[in-house]
Design a protein around this ligand. Structure first.
Ligand code: MYR
Length: 280
């Protein structure tokens, strides 16, 4: 049984890693001043933040057309028996539904669409695990079981500098009144049942980061080896210094730095910062 892994651009896995692990990527796009850019292909994260910082019109995002899934699945079905297709949460994008629709139409290989129920490098952890297992000849059932196992211990908390991006894009699942009460503070956000909800109201960015550290501490102190990623929206230095601090405190946690690319950055805004972890 030959298995291959597909994901979308919002897992933000660097190209050389995708190539090494034979991960196929379908891009979502951002629309800036009427121009459509496929992220990770036509526009980089830093160019995106530069472009929109001074732009007149705010960007929007689009999911990949179903035809792109069909085309890629058809191509892969010539060589592989099974395709595991891992996508950002179906509660925030129609991308997963696109994968499901294209999978239903495919003849030949069997497609297993997998709803990560999250996005960014947290989703990337699933993709990397699945691709490594596929390369080692594991079958789809074993791979999906491992993904569910990782999902059970996945934690992801993030904060934004300016909540109006999430509000404008309609991706914050809360009553309007609650959103109003959050606008002048730095709430910690997380995913519950595939959608983004406030986790705790915190007044300042520094306190929010400390609180996220406490949440990591609760899991890290159990001693189990963890993999963690700091995700930033154009805050390279702040992310690096947070990583240094956390790595010294938790030597048994494997920390990496990742980023909120153009599509997710459209909804979170520049300056967003997050920390995700799961068992290894
Ligand atoms: C689309 O147009 O289909 C894409 C919509 C993307 C919405 C993104 C909302 C923010 C997600 C934050 C992820 C944080 C992960 C740790």
């Amino acid at each position: 049984m030959k298995t291959v892994v597909v994901t979308d651009s919002t897992s933000y896995i660097p190209k050389h890693i995708r190539e090494n692990l034979n991960i196929h990527m379908i891009p979502l796009s951002v629309v800036i001043n009427g121009e459509t850019y496929r992220e990770e292909i036509d526009i980089s994260a830093s160019d995106f933040y530069d472009e929109v910082r001074n732009g007149q019109r705010l960007p929007t995002t689009t999911q990949p057309p179903i035809g792109e899934f069909e085309e890629l699945y058809n191509e892969l079905s010539k060589e592989y028996d099974a395709i595991i297709s891992i996508h950002l949460s179906s509660g925030i994008s129609g991308t997963f539904q696109g994968a499901v629709a294209a999978a239903d139409m495919l003849e030949g290989a069997k497609v297993y669409p997998y709803d990560s129920e999250i996005s960014c490098m947290a989703q990337g952890f699933y993709v990397l695990a699945a691709a490594t297992m596929a390369q080692n000849g594991k079958n789809p059932e074993e791979i999906l079981a491992r993904l569910d196992d990782l999902k059970a211990s996945m934690r992801a908390y993030f904060m934004v500098d300016d909540l109006s991006h999430l509000q404008r894009g309609g991706r914050l699942s809360s009553a309007q009144a609650l959103i109003g009460s959050l606008l002048n503070i730095k709430p910690i956000l997380h995913f519950v049942d595939k959608v983004i909800v406030p986790f705790e109201k915190i007044r300042t960015r520094k306190k929010a980061m400390k609180r996220i550290e406490e949440l990591l501490d609760e899991d890290a102190r159990k001693g189990q080896p963890l993999q963690a990623t700091i995700i930033h929206a154009n805050r390279v230095e702040e992310a690096a210094s947070w990583k240094k601090e956390l790595s010294a405190l938790y030597p048994h946690v494997d920390f990496t730095i990742s980023y909120f690319g153009p599509v997710i950055g459209t909804h979170l805004g520049e300056g967003a910062m997050g920390l995700c972890w799961t068992k290894k």
